[in-house]
Ligand binder design. Sequence first.
Ligand code: AHR
Length: 511
Amino acid sequence: MRHNYLGLFLAALLAGVSSLSAQNSMTIKEGAERVKYNPMVFGAFLEHFDNQVYGGVFSPGSPLSDEDGFRKDVIEAVKELKVPIVRWPGGCFVSGYHWKDAVGPDRQSVWDKAWQVEDPNTFGTDEFVKWCHKVGCEPFICTNAGTGTMEEMSDWVEYCNQTVGKFARQRAANGSPEPFNVKYWSIGNENWGRHELGEKSAEEWGPLVAESAKLMLSADKNIKLFAAALPASYWTLPLLEKAGYLLDFVSIHGYWVPHDISKDPTTYLTCMMRTDGPENSISNTIGILEEAKVDDRIKIAFDEWNLRGWYHPGIGDLKNGYNYAARRENDIPSTYTMADAIFSACFLNTCLRHADVVDIACISPITNTRGPIFVHPEGIVRRTSFYAMKMYSNDLLPYYVPTTNSVGKLVSGDQSTGVLDILLTSDEAGRKYVCSISNKDPERAVPLTIDFKGMGVKTPKKVSARILSGKSALDYNDIGEERVKPYDTTLTVKDGAVTIPAHSVTFLFIE
Ligand code: AHR
């Protein structure tokens, strides 16, 4: 699927694209508290789907793999992103997964009922924990509340974290006498949906989570517990009523361009019009936490997110199965344009603006499918979203600074969105600032007036900048062609305003 540059321009004209030249401004909110955000919002998800694990992070026998069969170039790329937490093994996969098949010397390959392929089970709990140690991230395990049992969940916690009992002894016999100390555990994955094996009703879900949580906590009282939730009261309120007293997080997911791409033309502007979606999901979930009166201690984990749903037509269609060959459409390099980078930046801005309640987020997935790292037998490609994620996890400062932003509209047909998405961060002293500004307009650079005075900074003549933009809104990276990468420059400040390049994620370094 290749994009048509002229088509984009004509579509833009026809669609009446216009970033109305309103006065765009960012002003620091008087008296607002700076919030130290949790860097776990830069987390990732790894599922046993297609080539995310086998052929992604794990390729025994590859010349690029280490003694454990882990792709060394992938480990380095994940470390480059400073990914602090990785959720595994699913996703839909986990709702038919039995962890005991994938530990110990005698691995049985099994039929993966979710994705209807054979899973060799050579990458199991021990391998995942070892991979996380090499990457330097926290392991986060999602358990099987579909076909699994609450005891199977608590046995898994015992296997990973206990020092006594048969599962701890089994782990020791498998070569790991010391506990893995896996701190993050989720009960279930999207059990609300017909597409999920072992779908549950809202009435069933709360009691199941409560009883599972009790057993898991009996195995290790120090774990942090999540449960599959929705930004919808019918599901999440009963969950919180029955099990909220045992939970630390509610898990929500979001993909804003449906996986069946034939049903939704994924034009750049379509993607830009979806950038406000994450705010709706988070605000609705906060409202439910407040209604259940648990917003003082239960946080949100947005532990699967991506602009684009995974392409696997037929998901959940167990009568006709699904189209295996379609998975290769996830690999088309030209799919992953500046839309993916800008959406990722807008998503992370939304999480950081809610830093008091959004504690964890996991891009879905980290390797292949729709992820920021494309892995092929000879190497990897850093897609545009990789560089956006890298700017966020490496360059932002640790405090979110609330601002009042006034921006013009980017219009496409009967839809519109703010043309700029702005996030201000600072150091603890409030003397250094990094401002992330995404300009969604595919054609126009846009001026932004900055509240230097409010920052306590003398208005400079120039400001240092790091810009990710590509040569056009549809630019992308491919094997041997990493054209879209951040570059450093200085931008002129004129009458207190800085001009933000079109289709860009721009960081300004101000002090
Ligand atoms: O498309 C992948 C699936 O999306 C994940 O397995 C599931 O958690 C979500 O529905």
